[in-house]
Each structure stands twice: as structure tokens, then as C-alpha cells.
Design a protein around this ligand. Structure first.
Ligand SMILES: NC(=O)c1ccc[n+]([C@@H]2O[C@H](COP(=O)([O-])OP(=O)(O)OC[C@H]3O[C@@H](n4cnc5c(N)ncnc54)[C@H](OP(=O)(O)O)[C@@H]3O)[C@@H](O)[C@H]2O)c1
Length: 252
């Protein structure tokens, strides 16, 4: 049984929340007093550890949901499960994403399905499934885009397309769901390098880092604070995408 105070606490679903940037967003929003529903696909141990950490700080403040977001038929069920975890849902952060290079000449349907599915299709169908509940709560959606929406990243055609679609999804939903639900985005630059060197080798990383005006790569907290601003504080902002990139998009 939830206490009266717990019933009043807002609830946010964060996709891909077990690790890296998603975990940073979850910690930040939890620190702002929200209860968090942590979605994961394969990173079960990390998700359980994070939920344990957050529940130790505040009992009954973090719950877990598992799903492969490429399974579109499962998304309404995921939305219902997330909304039921604490009996309400006030926010959605579309953070989960796959990321890998797709060289022209070798692009196949599997890469298209994976990159478009996680970065574009799932955010659309999950947002659609949660729109009624978010509307009831005067809620908000934040999507994680990419600064390369404006200037494409070499060797990443399908990822660039998927994130460009995600950016347009943010602006489209801002119109469709207004005035009940605000929809905004954060466009990271380089925050955490991807695991492995498939996308950038050490020399490419060094060359990119040398161009960042603020002279460092980002950390998950940089993205998380922008998400918290758009989700909780920016009550007269919708349809906007904020670059959080140490100034890199200015010099790209
Ligand atoms: N890192 C950066 O520098 C950077 C730069 C630009 C944009 N971004 C964007 O910022 C966000 C977070 O970045 P990140 O580097 O932390 O992301 P990430 O580690 O590459 O991926 C985050 C999570 O997405 C989940 N995921 C991937 N495919 C999925 C699927 N089909 N179904 C369900 N979950 C799936 C994975 O969950 P499991 O581990 O549980 O399987 C993964 O942990 C992403 O939207 C990314 O595109 C990041």
C-alpha cells in the first residue's frame, strides 16, 4: 500500500535505463523526487542493481520493466505495465537506442529494422500508447536525438536517418499532443563513446575530441540535467531540441 506522499510523487518511464546515459537520467530524475520505471532489454543485472540502489535511497521508488523494443506488438503491453507499476505515469524518456555503422553497399534489412526500430518506430508507438495516461497527468515526453540530425555522421546512414526521424517525431508529437503533453528532445554530442571501436577508432576519437569547444566529452549527468529541465521545469517549452554537446554542433 502506497502512502499518501508516495501517491503524489510523479512517475517517469526511462527506456534503456540500466546503463550509461539512461542510468544517469534515472539517477538524476530520482534525485529530483520522481519515482522511476526502469526499462531494460538485456542488461538485467545492471537494471536490478540500479533499482536496488534507488530503492535503498527511497523505498518503493524504482521498478523494472523488460522488453525488446523491436517487438512492436509488445509495446502497448509495456506501456500498460509501466503505468501500472506505481498506478500512474507522468513522463516518458525515449532513450534506448542501437548504434552501429552502416556502410553504403552493405546496408541490409536487418540493420534497417534494428536502427529504425529502436530509434524511431518504438519511440512513436510507445509514445502513442502512453499518450492518454500522460495527457491525464499533464505529463511530458523527452526524446534523445543526436546533433548529427543536422549534419550527418559519416558511415552511419541508417542511424542518421533514424535520429532525424526521431527529431521530427518530437516536433510532430509536440503539435499532436498539445496542450496536454509537452514533447521535447535533447541532442547529445559525444557523451560516452560506444562500447568497442566499431564506430570510431582511437585516432578518430582524438580528432573529434579536439574539436569540442568546451574541451571535454560529456558525461551522463550533462544529458540528465537537460532531460530534467525539459521534463520538469520547462513548463512553457514544447517541440524543442536542446543540443548538449560542449558546443560541438556549432563547429561541425
Ligand atoms: N553516448 C553518446 O555519446 C551519444 C551521442 C549521441 C546520442 N546519444 C543518444 O543518447 C542515448 C543514450 O546513449 P547511450 O550511449 O547511453 O546508449 P547505448 O548505451 O548505446 O544504449 C542504451 C540502451 O538501449 C537499449 N536498447 C538498444 N536496443 C534496444 C532494443 N531493441 N530494445 C530495447 N532496448 C534497446 C540497451 O538496453 P540493454 O542494455 O538493456 O539491452 C542499451 O543499454 C541514445 O538515444 C543515443 O542514441 C548518445
Amino acid at each position: 500500500m502506497l502512502t499518501e506522499q508516495q501517491q503524489e510523487q510523479r512517475v517517469v518511464l526511462i527506456t534503456g535505463a540500466a546503463r550509461r546515459v539512461g542510468a544517469g537520467i534515472a539517477r538524476c530524475l530520482h534525485a529530483r523526487g520522481l519515482r522511476v520505471v526502469l526499462h531494460y532489454r538485456g542488461s538485467r543485472a545492471a537494471a536490478e542493481q540500479l533499482a536496488g540502489e534507488l530503492n535503498a535511497l527511497r523505498p518503493t521508488s524504482a521498478a523494472l520493466v523488460q522488453a525488446d523494443l523491436l517487438d512492436a506488438a509488445a509495446l502497448p503491453g509495456l506501456a500498460a505495465e509501466a503505468a501500472a507499476a506505481f498506478g500512474r505515469l507522468d513522463g516518458l524518456v525515449n532513450n534506448a537506442s542501437s548504434f552501429f555503422p552502416t556502410e553504403v553497399g552493405q546496408i541490409d534489412e536487418a540493420a534497417w529494422h534494428d536502427l529504425m526500430g529502436s530509434n524511431l518506430k518504438a519511440p512513436l508507438f510507445l509514445s502513442q500508447a502512453l499518450a492518454p495516461e500522460l495527457g491525464r497527468r499533464g505529463g511530458a515526453i523527452v526524446g534523445i536525438a543526436d546533433i548529427h540530425v543536422e549534419r550527418p555522421m559519416k558511415r552511419h546512414v541508417v542511424y542518421n536517418l533514424a535520429k532525424a526521424g526521431h527529431a521530427q517525431l518530437i516536433r510532430s508529437l509536440a503539435i499532436e499532443l498539445a496542450p496536454a503533453v509537452r514533447v521535447n528532445g535533447v541532442a547529445p554530442g559525444v557523451n560516452l563513446w560506444p562500447d568497442g571501436e566499431a564506430s570510431f577508432d582511437a585516432a578518430e576519437r582524438a580528432a573529434i575530441e579536439a574539436t569540442i569547444p568546451l574541451a571535454r566529452t560529456g558525461v551522463p549527468e550533462d544529458i540528465a540535467r537537460a532531460v530534467a529541465f525539459l521534463l520538469l521545469d520547462a513548463t512553457y517549452v514544447t517541440g524543442q531540441i536542446l543540443a548538449v554537446d560542449g558546443g560541438r554542433s556549432v563547429v561541425l
